[in-house]
Design a protein around this ligand. Structure first.
Ligand code: SF4
Length: 459
């Protein structure tokens, strides 16, 4: 569906915004951050420059997230503040993009009529055209569904990267799964893979531009290429894509996120092990260790199957570090279910975990299920899980003391300018004394360990 307010949006004119200042405010996941880079790239291709802050921005884009708790409140709070700025400077333009725009287009219009453009996750390529339209004709809303997305996939647009040496590359959008707690299929639509040639060309261009680290992005990278099947020919698969990205000169580190535990197979682990640039890091989202809760979540695997996939990958990729996502307090979760989660986390020994308290999201099946838990019980369980994972993370970090590891410098530490923050291939943060430019590769000796980071010195 395409929804336009009349008159119909016209195609893009000659660039006209030389020197106007823009600001993109991003909420949510890496996909959104990547989309924001694309919006910034489009604006700069039109002559715009980054603003120092909201006060001097001529165009403000709020790139929204529908997954996180309180996302709606934060959006409308932000839009309220922007209204007062716009009242003082009527030439300012406000655009709302991302998953909440996709999901709640009418609500955004109703609650914040001062917004100039509301556009969906598949409409990024039209940001400038929509801005033209709003300036000439007034507020506009444009939301496409996934059937039109191939032409407008964000990675086909120019980009303004936040970091010079590192880049995200979208390989697919959407998700064909139906996890009952997740809103992604509702707002991002069905899976659409980019053609391998487009991905490889983008990575080669990034490498030519000085990028040495890429993260391949998709909601379920293991099903990459399923929609690219052409009769009689083998379809592209993720393992091959990893190998081919690994052949691009200048790319020293490849990461990817996220695989689905039900779909990850030995061919991907083998590609990781046999492609030197692919980092020894696997993020495999567990969500729950209870078979009953996994069924209610419609995750498509049992705890035993999850652990066997994890062991398979660890057996094939030497030195593999693992991380996961866990949700605490899913509707109907009993103490026994939660204990099962603790048992799997103990057995899996992830290097790190993103742990979440369940919160119902509108338009999801879980939101309408019985058995929502009281906050006190959930917070008490959450604290136990965090304590367990912190212990495991610290044990695994301590095992690295004395080891020499390759690190990639990200920049000065936020707390101490005499220290730089860097990252290992296994995605662990290392703080080092000294001053090295972002993008520098160093060998560091690990001197001490904390749950959140390692301390090191130059080897
Ligand atoms: S796999 Fe499940 S959790 Fe992940 S994006 Fe798809 S529906 Fe959401």
């Amino acid at each position: 569906m395409t929804r336009l307010e009349t008159p119909a949006v016209r195609e893009r004119r000659v660039p006209t915004r030389e020197g106007r200042r823009y600001l993109v405010r991003t909420f949510g996941c890496q996909m959104n951050e990547h989309d924001s880079e694309r919006i910034a790239g489009l604006f700069e291709s039109d002559g715009m420059v980054p603003a120092d802050g909201l006060e001097d921005a001529d165009v403000v884009v709020v790139n929204t997230c529908a997954v996180r708790e309180n996302a709606d409140n934060r959006l409308y709070g932000n839009l309220g503040h922007l209204k007062s700025l716009k009242d003082a400077r009527p030439g300012m333009r406000i655009m709302v993009a991302g998953c909440l725009a996709q999901k709640d287009r009418d609500l955004v219009r109703e609650k914040a009529p001062w917004v100039d453009v509301v556009f969906g996750t598949h409409n990024l390529a039209r940001a400038l055209t929509l801005l033209d339209h709003a300036e000439e004709w007034g507020p506009v809303t444009e939301i496409h569904d996934e059937t039109t997305a191939t032409a407008t996939m964000a990675s086909d647009l120019p980009s303004r990267r936040e970091v010079a040496h590192s880049a995200w590359v979208t390989i697919m959008i959407g998700c064909d799964n139906a996890c009952t707690f997740c809103i992604v299929p509702h707002v991002r639509g069905r899976e659409i893979s980019r053609r391998p040639g487009d991905v490889l060309r983008e990575v080669a261009a990034l490498a030519a531009d000085g990028v040495t680290e890429v993260t391949l992005l998709g909601q379920n990278v293991n099903s990459y290429g399923r929609d690219l099947r052409i009769d009689g020919r083998p379809r592209p698969v993720f393992a091959d894509l990893l190998r081919r990205v690994g052949e691009i000169e200048g790319i020293r580190r490849i990461r990817y996120t996220s695989p689905h535990p039900k779909d990850i197979k030995p061919d991907v682990a083998a590609a990781m092990a046999e492609t030197p640039a692919v980092c020894e890091q696997l993020h495999l989202p567990l969500q729950s260790g209870s078979a009953r809760i996994l069924r209610a979540m419609q995750r498509g695997y049992t705890p035993e199957r999850f652990l066997s996939k994890l062991r398979m990958a660890e057996g094939i990729v030497p030195g593999l570090a693992t991380s996961t996502d866990v949700i605490v307090g899913f509707p109907g979760e009993t103490e026994e279910d939660f204990q099962a989660t603790l048992d799997v986390v103990e057995e899996a020994r992830f290097d790190s975990a993103f742990m979440f308290i369940y919160s119902p999201r509108p338009h999801t099946r879980a939101a309408t299920m019985d058995g929502h838990l009281d906050p006190e019980t959930v917070h008490e369980r959450f604290a136990r899980l965090v304590a367990l994972q912190e212990r495991i993370t610290l044990e695994k970090n301590r095992a690295l003391v004395g080891a020499t590891v390759e690190v990639l410098v990200e920049g000065p530490s936020r707390k101490d300018p005499a220290v730089v923050t860097a990252r290992t291939r296994t995605n662990k943060v290392v703080h080092l004394s000294g001053s090295y430019p972002p993008g520098t590769y160093l060998d560091a000796v690990v001197e001490s360990a904390a749950p959140s980071h390692l301390m090191g010195r130059l080897a």
